[in-house]
Design a protein around this ligand. Structure first.
Ligand SMILES: CC(C)(COP(=O)(O)OP(=O)(O)OC[C@H]1O[C@@H](n2cnc3c(N)ncnc32)[C@H](O)[C@@H]1OP(=O)(O)O)[C@@H](O)C(=O)NCCC(=O)NCCS
Length: 125
């Protein structure tokens, strides 16, 4: 899959031991929050406004992330609403041992543009 299909690279980091679950793999909540941050990076760039995460749909954990994996997060806009923006986010892990990357998670995140009072506000597309 080429970079255009995956979307824009919004975050890249290394999976650390502090973020492991009871199995010794990376905790799903860590992945979910990194994806939320990655989507927010793109949503900020596009809306040029404060945003809040409104919903997460179709979150799928495909393969475990291991300590030491380099994890890259890709985001692309899939929905343009009045106050909301839908962003598809993919997480890919580059495995040091295998020298290859695999998709490990995906999800559809919806962000809402908000004003200073925290109320939803139109996005100026
Ligand atoms: C974001 C917030 C201000 C929006 O409140 P609101 O004014 O009642 O607006 P709504 O949520 O009804 O609608 C806003 C947009 O979200 C969309 N939306 C609402 N629920 C949705 C859902 N479950 N899935 C996808 N989109 C949804 C609506 O369709 C609307 O989009 P549009 O304007 O592009 O048509 C409010 O819900 C909020 O503060 N939520 C908490 C945000 C937060 O704390 N996030 C961090 C979570 S830890």
């Amino acid at each position: 899959m080429d970079a255009q299909e995956k979307g824009e690279l919004v975050i890249q980091t290394i999976a650390m031991p502090a973020d492991t679950n009871a199995n010794g793999d990376i905790f799903g909540g860590w992945l979910l929050s990194q994806m939320d941050l990655g989507g927010a990076v793109l949503a900020y760039q596009i809306t040029k406004n404060r945003i809040a995460t409104r919903a997460i749909h179709d979150m799928v954990f495909i393969k475990p992330v291991k300590v030491g994996d380099r994890v890259a997060f890709y985001a692309k806009v899939v929905h343009r609403g009045r106050t909301s923006i839908g962003i598809q986010i993919e997480a890919w892990a580059f495995r040091l041992c295998a020298q290859q990357s695999e998709q490990v998670a995906k999800g559809l995140y919806t962000y809402v543009s908000i004003d200073d009072a925290g109320r939803s506000a139109p996005i100026h597309w």
